[in-house]
Write a protein that binds this ligand. Sequence first.
Ligand code: AMP
Length: 272
Amino acid sequence: MRIVQSVDEMHDLALSWRRQGREVGFVPTMGYLHRGHTTLIELMRARSEVLVVSIYVNPLQFGPTEDLTRYPRDPEGDAAKCAAAGCDVLFMPNNLYPSDFRTTVSVRDITTRWEGAHRPTHFDGVATVVCRLFGLVQPTAAMFGEKDYQQYTVLRSMARDLAMGIEIVPGPLVRDEDGLALSSRNVYLSPDQRRRALSLHRALFQMRAMTDRSAAVRIAAGLEAIDSDGVDYLAIVDPDSLEPVDIIDRPLRAILVARYGSVRLLDNVAIG
Ligand code: AMP
């Protein structure tokens, strides 16, 4: 596995692969890798000639009060995990943006609700960094985890709207053995918070198992089952538009964010 830290070196490599007509798979991350990330890397490995993983904690997607400086990092451990999962090139730039960077990529409508309502600048930051990473890596396909379901739909819209010619592939949400959705932020949880957070996936799976067609009834049951310091949202939405629905009559998505102290945990399941 080759480790690339320079933006120019990454771009030169990508252009040489493009000239050779290689199928380049890409998995962007912010590092502190867990089995959720390595599962995506292994899945992309199986369908790519060349596999690139990036690790970059993107300042643009953090709000002013968020955890950018204390975001967990483990570059050596991450490199070992990437190599073991079959990564060819690990792109870990120290700085991704030129000092006079002027562009923002903004996806409308589906970014205003849910995560967007709680983190107003977040999806502009995500779309902008992924757009720049796509330009540098020139992938034919990129995988994003359904763990961040809204992020996956936003990036799929971006790639389609801008005719990027990059296939956006969803990766399955990977859970810990006890069912908690794996997240780099789980390290911030106290043992008691982590135990209470098990109520999140239980609530979602309970909502999924119910037969009532009313979204409101299932959401009320889910809220009842959650033990947290506050639920930012629990909704049943159309899987493409992310608009809330009233009646569960087709494949939909139940999406959830709950707080434990200052930690926000995301989870979701397919429903209906
Ligand atoms: P992050 O490092 O948190 O930005 O995540 C990088 C990629 O890994 C994103 O596409 C995430 O959706 C994905 N990811 C994070 N956690 C999980 C998980 N538990 N299961 C599947 N994919 C995940």
